[in-house]
Design a protein around this ligand. Structure first.
Ligand SMILES: *[C@@H]1O[C@H](CO)[C@@H](O)[C@H](O)[C@H]1NC(C)=O
Ligand SMILES: *[C@@H]1O[C@H](CO)[C@@H](O)[C@H](O)[C@H]1NC(C)=O
Length: 719
């Protein structure tokens, strides 16, 4: 691993230092000249003809590689189905023996494709269920029922029993209260009914918001434990983790949980910051039948209509009691070994610039949707890249395929790797392309940082829709959403989090199907995928096409296909949306001023990129070096959004535009610092947050200014 990330920097040995100095001065001179005459366009001179011809040949070779890549779709659906069948033969929860089998399979497939392979192990804190019991007693203390805790859909219990990773151990004997989805609004309603969960077991319906947040809120309201259930079609029960406020190994926040002999610093369990990462009361997911049997015994005010919608259950009151729930849970919390697997194709011109494609491999159960539909697609991308290599193709930049472990425990594999390699990724990572669940149903969805929007459009125009003949993926994608709809990546729910939120690497996340009906249940198996998710595996193929083409463009385009005008327009939209929410006392002037700079810089860069693409600057003899410096500006501009100190009270999150907001109920998907300040006011109604919000506005404005400045690529030597 380290060997490729610290590999030779860009051919330094061919430049004696004097030459480097001269080059630098020439570049500086060139840059200054450009600044003084921005409209300067040198006419093409004959002596640059060879360079232009070379550029044309390069472009043709690139187009040929893309054609070849796409031509390899014939029969790919069967190949992908075969991979998925292998990957999902057994459950493969992170840190368990069968997880190693699946890791070995991915490694062998990368190798078979002809990629250079390596693995990276870590020892983070994982959490498994040791024991649990749940029973119901009458008010008089007679046992009504002891519930089985296995998943109805998995009578043989081949998968791990339903549990919440990082739930603390604990026991309670208390009346239950039904709290609906367990959000502030439902607790507000309970208040109005005069019902409190204090000292009670909160029974929560899942499906709106993050489960960990629901558990924490129940604890804050005084509940002693949480039982969670979903609609449970087909007897599935949703597993999941309940860690709070961040991603990655909780014991090594900001640095890697390296395994092996070397000593690694780990936080102790008494550490205040660490304690804030876990809920304080035990929780467990239960089958809908189990929840129903408990809920049906409750008295008290009647259950509001919306709380039972879609459940098909006859429910009486919200409680509390009069029955008593006896719930015990024992957690097995321990350091476990996890393994990231990599397949690498070294770039031939810029080996130290990395285009990173990633998918996690670990699953709560069989993982046919989550995440191995993505893994199967990635293995097909690897196969195609291998064939391209055997045809003589080498990418300009290095392509890294990453198969992450322990994502389900909080994006741990990817986060530890990013933390370990932050110094190098900081200037070497061009972009991160994530696919978690490749297919959970029909319809294409994408999220991205905005400078990649154009590329997503271009690539999806080249690809056929898997479900509609004679339509491009782009056409159906646009038709279904009434226009281009690209989500921004402010969620911390897949492996792009460390790349974008911590390292400021431009990112993409893609999938088919809005949501998975078998999410984290033992029904997430090959059979489900074959029957419902993607019967002919054509959506898998399409996803592999998009993923691979994005990778090829980013790895091969001489001038990176980033457009910052989309970024400026998007930030402008965010700012308008924010303005509509703020009080008179707060001014967005600072952001608006920075935005003018960003827009101007983005325009300038877009023009310069067009010229570079036409090869018009080759004549100065510095073509390659100049182009590289230009690309660096496009790549490093995203890092401008990083704030060294991070967000207040969550310093690991450093992206001041697209980190997740602290309040899990917040509707904000941008400007997290401002969102946090506003939700502090919401929590303590009446407190004046004007100053705090204004400070966060300034911080955002400075970040946007940094982005503009990196894009311009100049240090203003004279005023
Ligand atoms: C509650 O369950 C625990 C664990 O099964 C058991 O030890 C305890 O005796 C039970 N409490 C009652 C009142 O039955
Ligand atoms: C692959 O696609 C072809 C053509 O639609 C289809 O006949 C075949 O059954 C598919 N293979 C799998 C494994 O679904």
């Amino acid at each position: 691993m380290a060997s490729f990330l610290t590999s030779k920097s860009f051919k330094p040995h061919v430049f004696p230092s004097v030459f480097l100095l001269v080059s630098f001065l020439l570049l500086l001179f060139y840059t200054l000249q450009r600044i003084s005459s921005p409209s300067h366009t040198a006419p093409l001179r004959s002596r640059n003809a060879p360079a232009t011809a070379a550029a044309a040949a390069e472009a043709e070779a690139e187009a040929e590689a893309q054609r070849l890549f796409l031509s390899l779709s014939a029969g790919a659906n069967s190949t992908i189905a075969g991979h998925l069948r292998e990957l999902t033969r057994n459950p493969h929860l992170a840190g368990t023996p069968s997880a190693s089998t699946v890791a070995a399979y991915v490694l062998s497939q990368f190798r078979l494709a002809g990629l250079k392979t390596l693995t990276r192990d870590y020892s983070p804190l994982l959490s498994y269920p040791a024991a649990a019991s749940l029973s119901l007693f009458s008010a008089r203390g007679d046992l009504i029922k002891a519930f089985p805790l296995s998943e109805p859909a998995d009578p043989e219990s081949r998968t791990v029993p339903p549990y919440h990773a990082y739930s603390p151990s604990g026991s309670t004997l208390a009346p239950a209260v039904y709290v609906g989805y367990g959000r502030e609004e439902e607790y507000g309603e309970l208040d109005r009914m005069g019902v409190s969960v204090k000292g009670c077991v909160a029974v929560v319906r899942s499906g709106r918001g993050y489960r960990g947040a629901a558990v924490e809120r129940a604890a804050r309201k005084g509940a002693t434990a949480v039982l969670m259930f979903g609609a449970g079609d087909g007897g599935g029960v949703e597993r999941g983790m309940v860690m709070l406020r961040g991603v990655g190994d909780p014991l090594t926040p900001g640095w890697a949980a390296e395994s092996g002999d070397g000593e690694v610093e780990r936080l102790g369990f008494e550490d205040e910051e660490l304690r804030r990462r876990f809920p304080t009361i035990p929780s467990m997911p239960v089958a809908v039948e189990t929840a129903a049997e408990i809920l049906r015994t409750l008295g008290g005010p009647p259950v509001p209509h919306e709380w039972k919608e879609g459940l098909g259950l006859e429910l009486g009151g919200v409680g509390p009691g009069p029955t008593l729930v006896n719930f015990t849970y024992q957690e097995d919390r321990r350091l476990a070994t996890i393994q990231n697997v990599f397949g690498v194709i070294m770039g031939h011109e810029e080996p130290d610039r990395l285009v990173i494609l990633g998918n996690h491999r670990d699953a709560w159960t069989y993982g046919a949707v989550d995440p191995n539909s993505g893994t199967a697609a990635m293995l097909d991308v690897a196969r195609r890249f291998g064939i391209l290599m055997r045809s003589g193709w080498r990418p300009r930049r290095t392509i890294v395929l990453c198969s992450w472990d322990a994502e389900e425990f909080g994006m741990i594999g990817s986060t530890e790797w990013v933390e370990q390699n932050l110094g190098n990724l900081g200037f070497k990572a061009v972009a991160y392309l994530n696919v978690d669940c490749a297919v959970q149903g029909p319809g294409f969805f994408a999220g991205a940082t905005p400078q990649i929007d154009d590329l997503l459009s271009e690539v999806t125009k080249q690809i056929k829709d898997p479900d509609l003949e004679h339509k491009s993926l782009y056409e159906t994608w646009v038709a279904e959403n009434g226009g281009i709809s690209i989500e921004r990546l402010a969620r911390a729910d897949s492996d792009f989090s460390a790349f974008l939120h911590h390292a400021g690497v431009s990112s993409v996340d893609m999938y088919f199907g809005k949501e998975s009906p078998v999410y984290h249940t033992s029904l997430d198996s090959f059979i489900w995928m074959e029957k419902h998710g993607d019967p002919l595996f054509h959506r898998h193929v399409t996803l592999a096409e998009v993923w691979g083409l994005l990778g090829l463009r980013l790895a091969d385009d001489a001038v990176l296909p980033f457009n910052y005008l989309s970024y400026a327009a998007q930030v402008q939209d965010h700012t308008s949306a924010l303005g509509a929410l703020l009080d008179d006392g707060i001014s967005l002037q600072a952001i608006n001023r920075s935005l003018l700079q960003l827009t101007a810089a983005a325009k300038e860069v877009q023009c310069a990129a067009e010229k570079l693409r036409k090869g018009k600057t080759e004549e100065d003899g510095l073509g390659e070096l100049h182009r590289r410096a230009f690309n660096d500006r496009l790549v490093l501009a995203e890092r401008g959004f990083l704030e060294e100190q991070g967000l207040k009270s969550r310093r690991w999150f450093k992206h001041v535009l697209y980190s997740p907001p602290e309040d899990y109920e917040s509707k904000f998907s941008f400007f997290p610092g401002i969102a946090d300040a506003l939700s502090r006011r919401k929590k303590n109604s009446g407190i004046d947050v004007t100053k705090e919000v204004q400070h966060e506005v300034w911080r955002a404005a400075r970040a946007i200014q940094r982005v503009a400045s990196v894009l311009r690529g100049d240090i203003p030597w004279s005023s």
